[in-house]
Ligand binder design. Sequence first.
Ligand SMILES: C[S@@+](CC[C@H](N)C(=O)[O-])C[C@H]1O[C@@H](n2cnc3c(N)ncnc32)[C@H](O)[C@@H]1O
Length: 451
Amino acid sequence: MELFYRVGFHELVADILTLIGERELSSKNALERTFRRVSGKDREKARGLAHAYVFEIEKWRAKIDFIANSVLKGSRIEELEPYLANLIRIGIFEMKFRGTPPGIATDSVVRVVKERYDLSRAKFVNALLREAEAFDVDAALKKLREKDRLEYLSIKFSHPRWYVEYAVEVLGYENAVRLLLSNNRPQRYYVRVNPLKMDVDSLRDYLEDHGVRTARTPVDDVLKILDYRTPVARLEWYRQGKFVIQDLASAYVAHVLEPEPGERILDLAAAPGSKTFHVAHLMENTGEIVAVDYSLERLSRMKEKMKLLGIKNVRLVHADGQNFRDRERFDRIILDAPCSSSGTYRQFPEVKWHFNEEKIRRVINVQRNMLRNAYENLRDGGEMTYSTCSIRIDEDEENVLFAINRVGLELLDYDFSWGDRGFLEVGDKVFRAWTHRHDCNSFFIAKMKRG
Ligand SMILES: C[S@@+](CC[C@H](N)C(=O)[O-])C[C@H]1O[C@@H](n2cnc3c(N)ncnc32)[C@H](O)[C@@H]1O
């Protein structure tokens, strides 16, 4: 363990961080890929620790980079070779966030740099980390606060600057700070009962018997996990598909859709399937759900999960949701669009660094093409939900306005039983959940109809 921990572990974490940065993988996916080539008796222990490192480094990356850039001379950490930059991030994380004695943190990283690169770069990293050790981040943040309030928030709470500007503009300063704080708190878990196999009260009793305390939520079939002895994913009933782990707001979409038994439903961006499965459950395996996604890998994971959950009325289709057509039109459509994922920072901190304005413009274009295509696939009088896990008005309310004015859809005045309303002139007819207010992902839902 000693040798593995001192040398191998830092390299593994740098590998995972580099995969996430260069290929834009989720941290879970990058961790899985990297650990495929790791063996030995300490594998599971190392995996748990690597997960914690990656999660925290992605969460605190803006602050870590601020420290690095404050002591770097003549370049910025973003301009260094990504693997080397990630080793430096690990060193700073250990000494400034994790409480590792700075000498040990520096030595562990410098040793890897010496092996992977050369002596001169090892000296460079050694000097940099020694300076980082002496750097007073609180004093620097205090100065920054006087100079540029938004930049200060962006570094202190480690969020992209655009997100901070956005949150302050739409929520006001105080609520924006609440949102930033809540995004950095530990993830809250929710479970949804599988009604084909169980009822919610029995699930609650079972969880209680297994040391998991829960509370009811505004969504009838969803329980909030308050605390636990064993992670719920390790319980037998989870392995038997009697419940799923699903975020609260995400599990509201199927209820808003109000599917009727026997209907034909289209899900235009279905993987990994949470909402498709939920609709299938509410329809008790009647009718047909056509689940489209353009990621084959994610669809194949859906297939496995469907077996476990006892779902028989879903047809998986590998296609582009922007132009998919079927032999006949549908009664209802779920469009849970690909988006900036800016509502999921608490759960997936790495997505904070994956989107810039240019990429967001591209994703909005896809969302609008999907809205047009949803209209084409909907029968006259058919209804649909449009949802995103984005906080941005351009991905949410503005797209609803686009759907009304440019596509021909009609916005329904759905009676949302919880959550907040939104912005612009459609604000009183749409649903928003916020991490700081509703303790789940920030989320958007609108219900529309083809008139
Ligand atoms: C927000 S996720 C959907 C989550 C899913 N509805 C659920 O509840 O589990 C967006 C999905 O859209 C898919 N996607 C992105 N672009 C697409 C396109 N042009 N056509 C179809 N699917 C697409 C992605 O692969 C991703 O699985």
